[in-house]
Every structure is written in C-alpha cells, then in structure tokens.
Design a binder for this molecule. Structure first.
Ligand code: ADP
Ligand code: NI
Length: 221
C-alpha cells in the first residue's frame, strides 16, 4: 500500500472514532484511544510491527466495548469490520485488525490473554499501559463513578477471577480493581518496550494506594 493511501485510511478512521466516542465518560473515550494509538505507534516502531494493522487496531479497539454494549463481546469486531469494509481496506488487513480487537480485553486475573501476533501484542500492551499509572487511576475512578460502584469498602476483599464470566459479573468496589487488574498488568505485558514503560507507572500506583489507605484510616503520618 502506498504511504498516501495508508495516511488517508488512518485519518478517516481517526475522524470516525472521534465522532463515535465523543462524550463517553467511563474512561473509554477518544482521548484514551488517542493515547493507545500514540503508544502503539511508539511500541510498534520499536518492535518492528506492521504499522497499518497496529494503527487501525489501536484506533478501533474500543469502538464498541462489551462493557458498554450489554456484555456483547462480538459488537467491537463487528463494528470495526463494517467500517473497514466501507473504506475498501484489504481483506487480509481487516481480518488481522478484527482478530486483534476480539482478543484485546483483560478477562480476569486467572484467564489467559494470549496474543498470537506481534501487532496484537503491541496494541494490547499500549491499551494496558493506559490502564496503569496516573491515567490508570483516574480512568478506574471514572469507570467506578459511571457504573455507580462504591469507591472502597474495607470488608470486601478482591477476587482473582478464573473465568471471564465471573470477571464480567463482578460489581466490587473500585479499590478492588487495582488488585484484580491494575497491579497485575506490569507482569502480563508482552513487549520489552512496554515493560520498561510500566515500571514507573506501577510504582506510582503503589504509592497512591499506600497514601489512600493512610488517609482512609485517618492516621496522622
Ligand atoms: P481492556 O481494555 O483490557 O478490556 P477494560 O476495558 O476492561 O480493559 O478496562 C479498561 C479500564 O476501565 C480499566 O483499566 C479500568 O480503568 C476501568 N475498569 C474496567 N473494569 C473496571 C472495574 N470493575 N472497576 C473499575 N474500573 C474498571
Ligand atoms: Ni482500551
């Protein structure tokens, strides 16, 4: 594919996604997608991935998330495929992008989130980087508020879900999400570039939690 053609498809997809996700308030908004797209470009270049597949999968990965579509995990790849077909994108590229989107999601601490391809690993890592650090903390509380979750309830312990169904059904308080996902992310990243980027973000979350519990208990430090 010529460079100009690739730029056109990527630009049209940016416009499409911006329109579809504007005003989203659960942390799956355009700016989340923008950061995933940027980080995926950084990781993809460092790791030597196919940049058209990486960019399209990053841009379309949250176009119809199951959490916002009544638990329907097929909605995302379906909407992405419709869009890419309408743009006459090569069928092989469409298959690769949709395969990545359907395997992207975190499905619980005890559930494998294997990715076959380098492009899939890159886009999944870029998405996971946006789930940790300062942005990760902000998104997690935004999500909790959006879905009317309690911020913290000391008596309710985290659960390490061993099935996607159990993870989907969980309505625990927001602090538990740190133990059920965010603190586990750094060891589940697949590319060495993302692993290096995760170190500081992980530390920041640990410091945040330490301070959170200190203030929660109203102890004077
Ligand atoms: P993935 O992109 O791997 O599917 P999700 O879409 O499940 O990840 O989650 C994206 C972000 O949404 C999480 O990193 C977190 O900030 C927020 N989130 C998802 N589930 C919860 C939850 N149960 N409680 C709080 N935040 C959540
Ligand atoms: Ni995402």
């Amino acid at each position: 594919m010529r460079k100009a053609e690739m730029t056109n498809i990527v630009e049209a997809t940016v416009e499409f996604v911006q329109k579809e996700l504007s005003g989203e308030s659960s942390g799956h908004d355009w700016w989340h997608v923008y950061r995933v797209w940027k980080n995926a470009q950084h990781l993809g270049q460092a790791e030597g991935a196919d940049m058209l597949v990486v960019q399209l999968a990053a841009l379309l990965h949250d176009i119809a998330d199951w959490k916002l579509h009544g638990g329907d995990v097929t909605a995302g790849p379906r909407v992405a495929r419709q869009w890419l077909e309408s743009q006459a994108v090569d069928g092989k590229v469409i298959d690769q992008v949709c395969d990545i989107i359907s395997h992207m999601s975190y499905k619980g601490a005890g559930v494998s989130d294997h990715m076959d391809t380098l492009e899939g690993k890159v886009v999944q890592d870029a998405d996971r980087l946006d789930a940790i650090g300062a942005i990760g903390i902000a998104r997690t509380f935004a999500y909790g508020g959006h879905f009317k979750r309690v911020m913290y309830e000391p008596a309710v312990q985290p659960e390490l879900h061993d099935s996607f169904e159990a993870y989907q059904k969980s309505h625990s308080h927001t602090i538990n999400h740190f133990y059920e996902k965010l603190l586990l992310v750094k060891d589940r990243l697949k590319t060495s570039t993302a692993k290096a980027m995760a170190v500081g973000r992980h530390e920041f979350m640990e410091n945040f939690l330490q301070e959170f519990f200190l203030e929660w208990n109203a102890e004077v430090s």
